[in-house]
Design a protein around this ligand. Structure first.
Ligand code: BF8
Ligand code: SF4
Length: 691
């Protein structure tokens, strides 16, 4: 563990997760490369990293470098601001395309289900269908579920390519925001159109004004946040159920030494939901037993994991940088991937083990993988076929090395559930939370979201921010790989209430929710948009997102999707801070436009602050400035103390500690929230939470 790498970095600098460190030491022993070790030998190109490289036409690539770089231009005359902004806008378009294409696929599945062409799927949440139909102006009274679903699917699909009009979900923003977007020409018209327009504007010789380019990036990003991603979340809820709290476990220790381990990795819930069913099919379990295993154990990586964790309590094996580490355990019979955040390195890596890497999307193939194409008309059969490949592979296992780390967590918070928690089914509201913010018990809100990135210590920035926020009475919501990072470090377990500041603890105990809420996958950042909108319109905290004492952080961002998310939050009025490094660092003007420029324009901004201390200090500064602008009391933790509920919770904990047969995994456990070892052998399953 203490061997020193070529660049002087010890393995301890690679991750704060002990499971990752153990597996990296194991990788070294096996002489196997991972993204962590490859990063030692591949430094980021400083010119590209900072946005100073243009390769849009073949007169270049043009690199603007040197002390006077900002006075230089490319061959066509493009200056640094244009070059950096153009590249940034293309990143936004890439991210929007990825999320939204996922959303489109969800709409296609809903369409097929409504037409009766997708055996195995059904409308699981009719209330959500009715709510979505309402947003879309689709009549529901006296109509069959599938009829409504068909109209919803058609309307959703229109959002991608409609010739006229605006993306319909922009109506879910505050009235003030809708007006502002219209005045500024930022209301997105159709997803495909906004992506195409950014690609056109940033083609050689079109939009050469950095401010105008960045405005098009704002509009394009809104087509994701209030379009493709929001549709994706809603349709996933309709098809697979709107999440409500359940407990599960996280980290590589969820893999079982004596079971057929199948990992799903990527982003879409469609096939993975069918694999959940297959993993519980008595016939397939019997086949696994006949192959010598005790059963079938399904676990997830990245956002496919979040999708089935949130709805079925399926444990998470880890986040983005755990994908290779999972294969390195030697205990994974099959890794089933769909789209996004899947490393090509998995191909050759899987070939060094018995692991079958199985690609399933026609959009995503990997050399070295086998391909079993997902087809929604025969999804259960495809899932069974994949399970049988994994089962047949079990006897081929070599030596295994599963690190014994698995943390309990609570996941499954949705906007709907938060409403319900705060007022019941008929009187759902955000009143208690708003009142707590107004009183200063809750200082503010923070979203900590996004990726892992080998350029920074895995999970460190994410966990540092979560830890510091809750200690300072800032309530935290998490999604994506950041949620997984927080969970691995124990911050999504109910006990963490003890790490919260006095005011936050009181409120969380009173409402019955933990201080760090897992809201789902990265497309589910749309849940944060609608939650913030409701907080803003509930009363007492201004009238729009840019009035709220709230920040959005992406400490370890890695991909274009993260850039798209950060941009749509900024365009929606939120202050957003990213870590790692700024893709427009080389341009003072582009940096100014995205910070003070956007703040003047839309009230939100996008800053890049790689240092954790500075990131945290800036977050509090932004939160406290909003509190002051709202004339709320200055945050003062000494005013709040232990609430009467702590004795009650202590008693429940004591009881559960002495009665470990009480099944809490996969059940809606509030307020008895207490994770325990994720062990199917005790006879309970995850079904109960799947409502
Ligand atoms: O969409 S957080 S590394 S897995 S991009 Fe990818 Fe980033 Fe993870 Fe989920 Ni989101
Ligand atoms: Fe260079 Fe201009 Fe071509 Fe970019 S578009 S590569 S700056 S000549």
């Amino acid at each position: 563990m203490d061997d020193v790498k070529k660049d002087g970095a010890t393995p301890a600098a690679k991750s704060i997760d002990p499971a990752a460190l153990e597996m990296l030491a194991h990788a070294d022993e096996c002489g196997i490369d991972t993204a962590f070790s490859r990063a030692d030998h591949m430094k980021p190109c400083p010119i590209g990293e900072s946005g100073a490289c243009c390769r849009i036409c073949s007169m270049g690539p043009c690199r603007l470098v040197g002390k006077d770089a900002e006075e230089k231009t490319g061959i066509c005359g493009a200056d640094m601001a244009t070059i950096a902004s153009r590249h940034f806008a293309r990143q936004v378009a890439g991210g929007v395309a990825a999320h939204s294409d996922h959303g489109r696929d969800m709409a296609m599945t809903l369409y097929a289900v409504a037409k009766g062409e997708a055996a195995g799927y059904k409308i699981k949440d009719e209330q959500k269908l009715a709510a979505v139909a309402g947003y879309m102006g689709i009549a529901t009274a006296g109509r069959e579920v599938n009829e409504i679903a068909l109209d919803v699917a058609e309307k959703a699909l229109e959002q991608f390519g409609q010739a006229h009009g605006e993306i319909i979900y922009t109506k879910r923003a505050t009235p003030k925001r809708q007006k502002l977007w219209r005045e500024l020409g930022l209301t997105p018209r159709a997803v495909d159109r906004e992506v195409t327009e950014v690609m056109h504007r940033t083609h050689e010789g079109v939009d050469l004004d950095a401010e105008n380019i960045l405005k098009s990036a704002l509009r394009c990003s809104l087509a994701d946040g209030w379009g493709g991603a929001m549709l994706s979340t809603d349709i996933s809820d309709i098809l697979f159920g709107t999440p409500s709290p359940l407990s599960s476990e996280v980290n590589l220790g969820v893999l079982k030494s004596d079971q057929v381990n199948v990992i799903v990795h990527g982003h879409e819930p469609t096939l993975s939901a069918m694999l959940v069913e297959a993993s519980r099919d008595p016939e397939l379990i019997a086949e696994a037993q006949a192959a010598g295993a005790k059963g079938i154990n399904l676990a997830g990586i990245c956002c496919t994991s979040n999708e089935i964790l949130m709805r079925y309590g399926i444990p998470a094996a880890g986040n983005f940088l755990h994908q290779e580490l999972a294969v390195l355990t030697g205990a994974v019979e099959a890794m089933v991937v769909d789209v996004q955040c899947i490393m090509q390195a998995l191909g050759p890596l899987a070939q060094r083990f018995h692991t079958k890497l199985i690609t399933t999307s026609p959009k995503a193939k990997i050399p070295g993988a086998m391909h079993v194409q997902f087809d929604e008309t025969r999804a259960p059969q495809t899932a069974a076929e994949i399970m049988r490949i994994a089962i047949a592979n079990y006897p081929n296992r070599g030596p295994i090395h599963i690190p014994d780390y698995h943390e309990p967590l609570i996941a499954g918070f949705s906007h709907e559930y938060l409403n319900y928690m705060q007022g019941g089914f008929h009187r759902g509201s955000f009143r208690p939370l708003n009142d707590a913010i107004i009183a200063g018990r809750v200082r503010g809100l923070a979203g900590v979201v996004g990726c892992n990135n080998v350029r920074v210590t895995q999970d460190e920035g994410i966990v540092e921010m979560i830890k510091r926020f809750i200690a300072d009475d800032v309530m935290v919501v998490v999604t994506g790989c950041a949620a997984n990072a927080g969970a691995k470090a124990g911050y999504l377990s109910p006990e963490i209430l003890d790490s919260a500041g006095p005011g936050l603890r009181e409120v969380m105990e009173a409402i019955g929710i933990p201080p760090v809420l897992h809201l789902g996958s990265c497309v589910d950042n749309s849940r944060i948009l609608t939650v913030l909108t409701q907080v803003a319109t509930e009363g007492g905290l201004g009238e729009d997102i840019d009035d709220l004492p709230a920040v959005g952080l992406c400490p370890e961002w890695m991909c274009e999707k993260a850039i798209a998310i950060g941009t749509y939050f900024a365009a929606s009025g939120a202050h957003v801070i990213f870590g790692v490094s700024s893709p427009v660092k080389a341009s003072t003007e582009a940096t100014r436009l995205m910070t003070t420029g956007w703040e003047e324009l839309v009230g939100g901004d996008l800053e890049f602050i790689p240092d954790w201390d500075e990131m945290f200090a800036r977050s509090l500064e932004l939160i406290d400035a909003k509190r002051a602008a709202l004339k709320l009391p200055t945050y003062d933790p000494t005013q709040f103390g232990d609430s009467g509920d702590s004795l009650y919770f202590a008693a429940i904990r004591e009881y559960l500690a002495a009665h470990d047969e009480v099944a809490t995994v996969g059940s809606p456990v509030y307020p008895l929230a207490e994770g325990h070892s994720h062990d199917h052998e005790h006879g309970h399953t995850h079904d109960e939470g799947d409502a």
